[in-house]
Design a protein. Sequence first.
Length: 442
Amino acid sequence: MREQWGSQTGFILAAIGSAVGLGNIWRFAYVAGENGGGAFLLVYLVIVLTLGLPLVVAEIAIGKRSRVDGVTAFERLAPASPWRRVGWLGVAGSALILAYYSVIAGWALRYFSAAASGTLWDRPPGGFAASFRAFIAHPLEPLGWHLGMMAISMAIVVAGVARGIERSCLWLMPMLAFIVLLLAGFALTLPGSSGGVAFLFMPQWSAVFDPRVVLAAMGQAFFSIGLGMAVYITYGGYMKPEQRIVGSAAVIVAGDTCFAIVAGLAIFPAVFAMGGNPAAGAELAFITLPDIFLAMPGGKMLANAFFLLLSAAALTSMISLLEVPVAALMQRAGLRRRTAVLAVGGAALLGGVAPALGYGPLAWLNVTGAPLLEEVDHVVSNLVLPLAGLGLALFFGWVLPAGTARDLAGMRGLAWALLLWAIRWLAPVFIIGLMLFRLLAG
Ligand code: PFF
């Protein structure tokens, strides 16, 4: 018997666990910060609603009916067609993301451990910037924490869909919601925090139509929801027949978006109250925030909560990124779960070595001069994910007969007409348009 989720809640929490991750806290905060705050948020919300939600419905629908891994699902629905390559892109993409994602997750775990033990606060002369740079440039330390995060993820995925993935998400996700609400509640009471709220919610209208902001918002939406990487196909494949697709997709997308906004309400008010720079970039979480925590009453306790939040949110996403290739290897190569986990986990461990060392011994290893990890993340979010999303939209909207697609999604009437229009027209035109802009504008 193929594995199944124990309950509808279990499936939804596991899927939200995949969506909510470093992308919602670390990446959302700095990309929003760099792209004008409110303007970015507005564009982001429109993209999530018009592209994100329909594509999640398509992915779950494909998975739920075919009940197999991300590659075989395409083969089942369109035998002997080249469209299974979209599935391969998802499986390979998730292994690639897992490799470098685990490195950043390792940084978060290191910061949690240092905050909890108190060593984080022994600041070197150059402050948190110097200590962060020294840590990521170290030839061994980042590797050790990367290994730690991979080992925990592998232990959970080995235990299986219901006993490992579902069980861990059932208690981790409510804990994360509690921590992020606590942090936001605290940040909002700080004097001067209103600047941060205004920054996040007041759009600068000129930025709303800037194609660069739109591109960044699309990359962020795809990354944060985790679209195109066959996660929802794989997780959807463990659904029971009576579980609902559209309702689940709406809860997942809404949960992911709310989480990012509340995390933004935890971060920006604190940054503004303490006079930090909201556009500090990727180092916002690791350099700017520790300074802010140190200056805040009760800040050290909050730092523990924040880095625990970051590590645990990363963990539930890593689990899904691991499960996608594991499910494919189990199905297609007939491997046992344990062997598949060892194979994929081992490959991701090795794959993470270069990005982990790219701030130190391997700093020369890159194409544009930016650290390798940031280069890979850029290519993944702005190219691999949108391409996979495009493939998914074309497959669901054009390759599958409309009657089959509607049947898979279990939809009717106006809702179906709107969804099909978004997947057939809006998604391809929007994604191709933005990619062309990117190509031409450099
Ligand atoms: N959605 C995760 C995040 O926001 O951190 C990252 C992610 C998970 C991306 C799963 C892609 C994916 F397939």
